[in-house]
Design a protein around this ligand. Structure first.
Ligand SMILES: Cc1ncc(COP(=O)(O)O)c(C=O)c1O
Length: 219
């Protein structure tokens, strides 16, 4: 079973009790649990539990791409159960051998106190953007049934405006210049009724985007 918490595209978290129950279930069926914790650190109002707190049989994948803002550096890590380290080693040696040296030095700099201060300020800025964009989109008529506690996405039901989220996203892009992602990229649950908003741009630009969307939806 592969899970992501916090999740892309919903930004939601799986709580520790649920993670523990899932881990027990997967183990009882002889399966393997892999949890993508790439958005750990980017959480608001709460902490994100790691699956490693409730299982020593789970695999965790993570990377420097999100919290550490090093998207494109191609640097990440896996935490694997002791029994699978050798097999993971063999895979790694055949797939990529080693992470690049510049990326490793950059990641060392990511742990300096001054960098961590920047990352914390950035986390707080994401929270401000979420707190602006969530009510603004609801006001426009998008249905977002919960307050996402992590990552930097809002996954919105757009059924009030369209029966085809992909055509809708294309129209929005062409007519307003605002880029949103159709649900199609995120699995089989009513993708035609959903679009994802990313708040990875400044508050000023988010405000301008909402203004343009409002004008677009009024026609
Ligand atoms: C849940 C999740 N996992 C993994 C990735 C990929 O990250 P990386 O840049 O480390 O390949 C993403 C990127 O959007 C993501 O959202």
């Amino acid at each position: 079973m592969l899970l992501a918490s916090p999740s892309n595209p919903t930004g939601t978290l799986i709580d520790q009790r649920t993670l523990a129950a899932i881990a027990r279930f997967v183990e009882s069926r002889g399966g393997k649990l892999i949890v993508d914790e790439i958005y750990h650190g980017l959480v608001y109002d709460t902490g994100a539990p790691t699956v490693l707190a409730v299982s020593d049989q789970a695999f965790v994948v993570n990377s420097f791409s999100k919290y550490f803002n090093m998207t494109g550096w191609r640097l990440g890590w896996v935490v694997a159960p002791e029994s699978h380290i050798r097999a993971a080693d063999v895979l790694q040696q055949n797939l990529f051998i080693a992470a690049s040296t510049p990326a490793q030095y950059a990641a060392l700099a990511a742990f300096l106190p001054e960098t961590l201060a920047i990352l914390e300020a950035r986390r707080q800025e994401f929270q401000r953007r979420r707190d602006y964009l969530l009510p603004a989109l609801r006001e426009l008529g998008f249905d977002i049934p919960c307050t996402p506690q992590g990552a930097f996405y809002l996954y919105a039901n757009c059924a009030r405006f369209t029966a085809d989220s992909q055509a809708f996203a294309l129209d929005v892009l062409e007519q307003t210049g605002v880029a949103i992602t159709p649900g199609l990229d995120f699995g089989a649950h009513a993708p035609e009724k959903h679009v994802r908003f990313a708040y990875t741009t400044s508050l000023d630009k988010l405000r301008e985007g909402v203004r343009r969307l409002q004008a677009f939806l009024a026609h």
